[in-house]
Design a protein around this ligand. Structure first.
Ligand SMILES: *Cc1c(COP(=O)(O)O)cnc(C)c1O
Length: 359
């Protein structure tokens, strides 16, 4: 079997242990005579998967009891619409930190329902840093304050959530959920598409403080109203059963391997291997300000497009794949989520050293 080191930004690598476990259970799940894909979402066997997934996620992230955990569909992008529909119903104003393409899309959706104010932006420098925040510019009665904790395309992150007072803090955590310890109680809403650090595409997780649920505007489609989902344990209609099952296996894997603190230590070590090399290299350069660097997505460039293309092609030939950078940054991007082994990062750096010598 030839597994490659896949540096894709998403869908991304899953732990190999999880894939083997899923393969073993694929045709006959625990003596039921059927796969999880073929099972009623109202069956006893599936119900146990569904509930255990929630219990495990609550344990891993230390989610307080006054939060719902919802297992939804539609990707993080659907929440760009659901968030204003559920929350933008007081002053009708939301504050945003604009840190890249994903905040842009969220701002665009919010504008359809109310006022989206950008209180800080790093757009003028191609989003290569997290902009400093000035509290005096915030809207005191905003319905929510919105950030993207990790900017998948540009490789920046909020290491700690900003202190914004009592306005509900909403965070798109799609590309770094479960990668480092965050205090959930500092957030009002955390949401994430699963395909980067949780499991297969098709599942979207929303963690929302209970007092914020039940205030959606009347026009809200029934499935986008968090109350519909909370009242039915995300079983109002058929959930993405198989994706939830794989997510549950990932949660078990994380728990067995020391939980989020252990993942964070591993991720910091992995990222340091690559950043340390980039910072001393004469050929390759990291694009992000050191204080704001992501642990998950690491863009880098040579400054020469032809050389970048050559690098991506030669890397692929030795099993280091999907390293091409996003079109808005160019160059390369190594996405090193939880499931990327340290050996993969080491092999990448060894290859970069050799490429630098040869060029
Ligand atoms: C990938 C990504 C999205 C989009 O997720 P979908 O599940 O494809 O809708 C949104 N925000 C961030 C930060 C992402 O990395």
């Amino acid at each position: 079997m030839a597994r490659v080191y896949n540096f894709s930004a998403g869908p991304a690598m899953l732990p190999e242990e999880v894939l083997h476990k899923a393969a073993n259970e694929l045709v006959d799940y625990q003596g039921t005579g059927m796969s999880v894909m073929e099972m009623s979402h109202r069956s006893k066997a599936y119900d146990s998967i569904h509930r255990n997934a929630e219990v495990l996620l609550r344990e891993l992230m230390n989610i307080p009891d006054n939060y719902y955990v919802l297992f939804l569909q539609g990707g993080a992008t659907t929440q760009f619409s659901a968030i204003p529909l559920n929350l933008l119903n007081g002053s009708g104003i939301a504050d945003f930190v604009h840190t890249g393409n994903w905040s842009k899309k969220a701002i665009g959706e919010a504008k359809r329902y109310g006022t989206a104010r950008v209180v800080a932006s790093s757009e003028e420098k191609t989003f290569t840093y997290i902009p400093p925040l000035d509290k005096s510019t915030f809207t005191p009665n905003a319905d929510y304050f919105y950030i993207v904790t990790n900017n998948t395309i540009y490789g920046t992150r909020f290491n700690t959530p900003p202190d914004i007072g009592t306005v509900p803090l909403v965070a798109d955590m799609s590309s770094n959920i479960l990668s480092q310890v965050y205090d959930v109680s500092k957030f009002a809403v955390i949401f994430a598409g699963a395909q980067k650090n949780i499991g297969p595409a098709g599942l979207t997780i929303v963690i929302v403080r209970k007092d914020l649920v039940g205030h959606a505007r009347d026009i809200t489609p029934v499935l986008l109203d968090w109350k519909t989902q909370a009242d039915t344990d995300s079983l109002y209609n058929t959930p993405p059963c198989y994706s939830i099952y794989i997510a549950k296996l990932v949660f078990e894997y994380l728990k067995e391997n020391g939980g989020i603190p252990a993942m964070q230590a591993r991720n910091e070590e992995k990222a340091a291997i690559l950043y340390d090399f980039l910072d001393q290299s004469d050929l390759f350069k990291a694009t992000v300000a050191p204080k704001d660097r992501s642990l998950m997505n690491i863009p880098f460039v040579t400054g020469n497009e032809e050389l970048d293309a050559k690098f991506v092609k030669q890397a692929e030939a030795v099993g280091l794949v999907t390293l091409k950078g996003h079109r808005s940054v160019g160059g390369m991007r190594a996405s090193i989520y939880n499931a990327m082994p340290k050996a993969g990062v080491q092999k990448l750096v060894e290859f970069m050293k050799k490429f630098e010598m040869d060029n």
